[in-house]
Design a protein. Structure first.
Length: 136
């Protein structure tokens, strides 16, 4: 990912590699980093955006997103999701949900066995924190 700096130059963000590695929700899920930057109005938070593509029938292991606030929006297909203590829900194209900091994401995956699913994920997190940590 290239980030444009105030002097007009563009440099490859080393944070991009860290975010991409830590934000992987499933082995084999296709994750693409779209954007990452410090929030200028909130000195202690970063703003990161990724897309996740699940193959038909693919799902993630249960995981947490640390102290990050998470917003997700389904771009294609349908995504099955459940945060601990809440009912499981299937989100279709154009639908969205959010997860509070510290939430335990117990179900996340493609709701279809025949079609891929793609969704956008926005993280507001502490700088350099792990965005996704699988349960042991």
């Amino acid at each position: 990912m290239r980030h444009r700096f105030p002097d007009g130059t563009a440099r490859l963000s080393s944070v991009w590699f860290l975010v991409l590695a830590l934000a992987r929700p499933a082995a084999g899920a296709d994750v693409a980093q779209l954007y990452q930057s410090a929030l200028p109005s909130v000195s202690s938070k970063d703003f990161s955006v990724i897309t996740v593509v699940y193959k038909p029938g693919e799902r993630s292991r249960p995981h947490r997103h640390g102290r990050a606030f998470v917003f997700a929006y389904v771009l294609e297909g349908s995504v099955r999701s459940q945060v601990e203590g809440e009912p499981e829900h299937i989100y279709k194209q154009g639908e969205s949900w959010s997860e509070a900091p510290g939430a335990h994401h117990v179900v996340s995956g493609n709701a279809s066995d025949t079609q891929p699913a793609k969704f956008l994920v926005v993280f507001v997190a502490d700088p350099k924190s792990e965005l996704s940590v699988n349960d042991p």
